[in-house]
Design a protein around this ligand. Sequence first.
Ligand code: GLV
Length: 330
Amino acid sequence: MFKREYKINVYGKILEEGFKKLSDFADISFYPVNKLPGIEEFECQNNDADAIVTWFTHKLDAIYISKLKKTRVIANYAVGYDNIDIKAASSAGIIVLNTPDILTNATAETALLLTFACAKRMKESILRVMTQNLEDVSPSFMLGKDISGKTVGVIGAGRIGSKYAQMMHSLGCNILYHNRNHSQLLDDSGFRYTKLYDLLLESDIVSLHVPLTSETKNLLDCEKLSMMKDDAILINTSRASVIDEEALISLLNKGKFFSIGLDVYNNEPYPDPRLLDFNRVILLPHIGSATYETRLKMAEFLSETILLALEGKITSLNNIVNKDLLESII
Ligand code: GLV
């Protein structure tokens, strides 16, 4: 049986019902904030915290981590964990958990939603209806693009990228993918592995599914964005910084791209106003995994795995981010 004396701090307005079971074994304090408090307040709040739960908007750098004197687990309510200095957490002996798998479908569905919205010019159509600006409705009004038959380039063949690739394939698309390594699953599905350059040159639709790391920052810089087809659709549901947003805006100003669908952009949640001026740029406020079912499961999964990690039952956990630490513990 689990001990009952744990103290856990949850940052972010996370569904509290997801922590119901955990509350039988721990005192949980909820801090429904998108930014962590100042360093002194943070230290004070966490002087007796065994675990903390954070979201991707909470920047846990080495200084913040150094204030976690008693904490043994940081559980990030997201699959991405670029908001956390993982090296600092490992040096402090803190296990970092995330939420893989559970949000794969929800996030791939959001990428699909943006793909459809871009191809079918949904923002422009809705704006026209909302403003009753419909004088020119005709058989050649608001012509979008078919999705079936298009070549789709998927960058990143992790869980979400693979799911999106399969979804697009089921719609009749020809799939190319680029990843650091070959994916058995995608190779077996008959999808073609390509170099990034070839993918960008050949694809009608490009979708990004890579984590943000020093290698993927500005992965699509001006040169690579320029290589894409002039009427391509570009979708990003991963992290804003994998695209050079300035370069994107400047290319959009030159008339490049059919449409861009972004669930992530710089300075979230408030986008650069220049992006709002383009009818063919569709923005969502980072809602990739935001369905009730998924967000509840994410909280329940973290609850369970936090307890296991605190109890030292870590060998069964598939969501430890700093595996290097795991190796030194077992
Ligand atoms: C959301 O962006 C996540 O990483 O889960």
